[in-house]
Design a protein around this ligand. Structure first.
Ligand code: ASP
Length: 339
C-alpha cells in the first residue's frame, strides 16, 4: 500500500536568536548555517512534513526594513501553489511587525504562514527553539488561512500579538484576541477564531511607505515635536495616548497640533498605552477633543499593528487621507474588532 504523502512545508529562515551559535573566544552569539543546524538538532522534523528550507536573509530582526518584508511576501506569494504551509524562523524582537506586514501584503491568503523563533539558541541546553519549530511546522500543516505567531504553547493571530517578555519562554501575548490554537498533549485549533477561507484569489500588495511617526504621550509632554511634522514629509502620526485615548487639553494641550496636522492632510491615529481593551474617544472630554480635531481612534488594534497598517495604507492610497482614515478602522486581516 502506498504511504499517504506528507504535507509540503517551506521553512524560510530570516535570522534571530534561533539559529545563532556561540563564537569563540568570547562566545558572542552570531548567525550560523541554518540547514546544518536543522539537520543536526531537528532531524525528526521530517516525520511531520516534506520540508524545504530557504535562507531569505540571516539578520537580527532589529535590522529588518520594508524591503525585507516585501521580499518575504514575494517568496511566499509566488510559491503558494507549491506548498501546503509556510514557517518563518524570525528574531523575536521585530516579529510582530513582520507578521502584521505580511498579513496586509498577502491578501486573500489561503494557507498558513507561521512565524516562530526562540528566546535561547537551538544549540543551548534548555532551548525553546526545538519545541517552537516542531509545533510551528505541525500547525502549518493545518488549514489555517492566516499569518500567525507560534511561541511557547500558543498560536496567535500575528497582527494581534505583542512581544511581552524578554526572558520568558511564553514571550508573546494577544491581549485582545483569543489564541488560534494551543498545544499541550494535543494540538487544539480554535476554528471559530480563525479567519474564514478567502472567497477570492490571493493578491500581493507589497507597497509600503515609511512616512509614519509615533509618539508616546506622557504628562507634561510639549506639543512642539508634533507641530514640527506639519511641514514635514511625514504623512501619518500615531499618538500612543493614555487609557481610552486621552491626552492633555488644557496646559500643554496637544489639540492645536493635532488640528494643524489634520488640516495639513496628515492622518493622526490614537492608540492606547494599555495593552488590554482599546481606544474610545467618545468616552471622555479629552478624547472627544482629539476626535473633534480630526484624530482617529484605533479601537483595540495594537500600536505595532497601527504603525504597520498605516505604512501599508499610505503605500496603497497615497494622497487620500480620508480613505486611509476610514480603512484604518476597517478590519482588513482580523487586526481590529469591528466597531
Ligand atoms: N535580537 C534577536 C532578534 O530579534 C532576539 C531574538 O531573536 O529573540 O533577532
Amino acid at each position: 500500500m502506498k504511504a499517504a504523502s506528507k504535507p509540503a512545508i517551506l521553512i524560510l529562515h530570516t535570522g534571530g536568536t534561533f539559529g545563532m551559535m556561540p563564537v569563540a573566544p568570547t562566545d558572542t552569539l552570531a548567525p550560523s548555517d541554518i540547514q546544518e543546524v536543522l539537520q543536526r538538532f531537528l532531524p525528526e522534523l521530517e516525520k511531520i512534513a516534506d520540508l524545504s528550507v530557504e535562507v531569505v536573509f540571516n539578520l537580527d530582526s532589529a535590522d529588518l526594513q520594508i524591503h525585507h518584508w516585501q521580499c518575504l511576501a514575494e517568496q511566499i506569494f509566488h510559491q503558494l501553489d507549491r506548498y501546503d504551509g509556510f514557517v518563518i524562523i524570525h528574531g523575536t524582537d521585530a516579529m510582530v511587525y513582520t507578521a502584521a506586514a505580511l498579513s496586509f501584503m498577502l491578501q486573500n491568503l489561503p494557507k498558513p504562514v507561521v512565524l516562530t523563533g526562540s528566546q535561547r539558541p537551538i544549540a543551548e541546553i534548555r532551548s525553546d527553539a526545538r519545541s517552537n519549530l516542531i509545533n510551528a511546522v505541525e500547525l502549518a500543516t493545518h488549514p489555517i488561512p492566516e499569518v500567525g505567531i507560534f511561541f511557547g504553547t500558543s498560536l496567535f493571530r500575528g497582527n494581534r500579538t505583542i512581544k511581552y517578555s524578554t526572558v520568558e519562554f511564553n514571550a508573546f501575548v494577544s491581549p485582545n484576541y483569543p489564541v488560534l490554537a494551543s498545544v499541550g498533549l494535543d494540538v487544539k485549533v480554535s476554528h471559530s477564531a480563525l479567519l474564514p477561507q478567502p472567497a477570492g484569489p490571493p493578491r500581493l500588495c507589497p507597497a509600503m511607505s515609511q512616512a509614519v511617526q509615533v509618539v508616546r504621550y506622557f504628562p507634561g509632554m510639549p506639543a512642539e515635536p508634533l507641530l514640527r511634522w506639519v511641514d514635514h514629509p511625514v504623512e501619518a502620526v500615531v499618538i500612543e495616548a493614555l487609557g481610552l485615548g486621552n491626552v492633555a487639553v488644557r496646559e500643554n494641550s496637544l489639540i492645536p497640533a493635532v488640528r494643524a496636522l489634520t488640516e495639513a492632510g496628515k492622518v493622526v491615529a490614537i492608540s492606547s498605552q494599555c495593552l488590554h481593551g482599546g481606544v474610545d474617544l467618545s468616552r471622555y472630554a479629552n478624547g472627544r477633543a482629539l476626535l473633534e480635531a480630526g484624530a482617529v481612534g484605533v479601537g483595540d488594534m495594537t500600536t505595532e499593528t497601527t504603525i504597520v497598517k498605516l505604512m501599508h495604507l499610505l503605500g496603497c492610497h497615497a494622497g487620500d487621507p480620508q480613505r486611509i482614515r476610514q480603512q484604518l478602522v476597517t478590519p482588513l486581516a482580523g487586526e481590529i474588532s469591528p466597531a
